[in-house]
Design a protein around this ligand. Structure first.
Ligand SMILES: [Fe+2]
Length: 180
């Protein structure tokens, strides 16, 4: 999949395949992904992010939990989800820069922010795509994912990274009722 246009993107119509998931009806399954896509689009629009970052973010939101095997503490599910993207061939045809941001975000979303920052500091400053863009897509994913922590009664606005994300906290609760 390639060429996602932020101005026409419809998170309700975006294809999410049950076969990607071990447990598609779990709290980390399809409806969670649908809500994370909606939050990701809202935060992106509020921050007016670049279209190619948006594409990276949509792919990351769609695939970030496909490596989960249970609903408990599973910090390895980030790297496992990234590996599953490749194993399933979902990355085929995606522009390498867009894919690099997507896989970075997926890989590092399942651990504390400081681990991603520590890792980013070890990367070549000349890395392409720029390290800063990798981190920004990661923070956007984590904020969109964090908003849907409302489903487990654990949404903490203090943990959100972007001021714009705070504007969607109330809507996160409503969205959970609309799209349970
Ligand atoms: Fe998630």
């Amino acid at each position: 999949m390639n060429g996602i246009d932020p101005s026409t993107f419809d998170p309700l119509a975006y294809p999410i395949d049950r076969a990607w998931f071990e447990r598609p009806d779990s709290i980390h399954g399809i409806s969670h992904i649908r809500r994370v896509l909606i939050h990701a689009q809202a935060i992106s629009a509020a921050r007016d992010i670049d279209p190619d970052w948006f594409e990276s973010l949509v792919l990351a939101a769609a695939w970030h939990d496909i490596g989960r095997t249970h609903d408990g503490w599973e910090p390895e599910h980030g790297p496992n989800s990234a590996a599953k993207v490749k194993a399933l061939g979902l990355d085929r045809g995606v522009h390498p820069f867009i894919l690099a941001r997507t896989l970075f975000a997926i890989e590092w979303h399942s651990v504390a922010d400081r681990h991603a920052l520590d890792h980013a500091l070890t990367m070549d400053p000349g890395h392409r795509p720029e390290v800063g863009t990798l981190l920004r897509v990661l923070w956007l994913l984590k904020d969109a994912d964090g908003l849907d922590r409302v489903r487990i009664n654990d949404l903490d606005p203090g943990q959100l990274r972007y001021e714009e994300s705070l504007g969607f906290v109330e809507r996160a609760g409503r969205l959970l009722l609309e799209l349970p």
